[in-house]
Design a binder for this molecule. Structure first.
Ligand code: AP5
Length: 215
């Protein structure tokens, strides 16, 4: 199965993707995670992407499409995948369609997590990420047992640079302008499924699982 997870920043894509990937045995491909690792490793992609990411803007399409092209060459992506944070523009979605089409493949489903704006701001500004294993926490909704430490690996919890209030507001603007048109893109191909992302994470996961099991 080739699945796209759509939704605004903070809608729960990463949280859900980790569980879907486990349950359905799909590799979780997150362009945000790949870019953050490239920034950490100070490789050329990271050096180019960093400024855009820190400002809450999108990294240019050609860099992202090259990154995805490379990632698709890995053997684990041959049978299917779960895309999180990609595509993010109509140009990326068209590029993806073309890339898959050349191999006689296509996207099977695009699930869109819909969450109210105020809730998104609350979730993002109180999010913390484990510096060790990448587990996602939230100081308001899913806090760790020991303050500042990951329940799973004991790693230190950190706040993402782009989760500061002002950057969050910019990311939401960018989403409306550049990413929301993808709902129309996938809707017009009858691939779009809407999910109420305001519900608790367990309920959102149940709803996505039911859709995927029906495929
Ligand atoms: P990226 O890493 O993709 O970030 P994003 O799309 O902005 O999404 P987030 O990771 O912020 O949120 P999420 O939806 O995964 O929510 P999460 O599950 O963590 O991109 C970062 C940057 O990289 C971009 O700004 C851009 O610069 C660049 N980039 C990446 N991809 C790109 C591309 N394709 N093109 C161009 N540039 C690109 O949850 C958020 C919080 O809410 C957590 O604390 C979680 O615990 C909590 N939570 C989750 N679900 C629930 C729930 N149901 N109820 C209550 N709390 C919840």
């Amino acid at each position: 199965m080739r699945l796209v997870l759509l939704g605004a920043p903070g809608s729960g894509k990463g949280t859900q993707a980790k569980q879907i990937s486990q349950k359905f045995g799909l590799p979780h491909i997150s362009t945000g995670d790949i870019l953050r690792q490239a920034v950490k490793d100070a490789i050329p992609l990271g050096l180019e992407a960093r400024g855009y990411m820190d400002r809450g803007e999108l990294v240019p399409d050609h860099l992202i499409l090259n990154l995805i092209k490379e990632r698709f060459k890995s053997p684990d992506a041959q049978k299917g995948f779960l895309l999180d944070g990609f595509p993010r523009t109509v140009a990326q979605a068209s590029g993806l369609e073309e890339m898959l089409g050349q191999q006689g493949m296509k996207i099977d489903l695009a699930c869109s997590l819909n969450v109210d704006r105020e809730e998104l701001i609350k979730r993002l500004t109180s999010r913390r990420i484990c510096s060790g294993c990448g587990a996602i926490y939230n100081l308001l909704f899913q806090s760790p047992q020991k303050e500042g430490l990951c329940d799973k690996c004991g790693g230190r919890l950190e706040q993402r640079v782009d989760d500061q209030r002002q950057t969050v507001e910019n990311r939401l603007e960018v989403y409306l302008r550049q990413t929301q048109p993808l709902l129309e893109f996938y809707g017009s191909r009858s691939l779009l499924r809407d999910i109420n992302g305001n519900a608790p994470p367990e309920k959102v996961f149940q709803d996505i699982s039911a859709i995927l099991q029906g495929k």
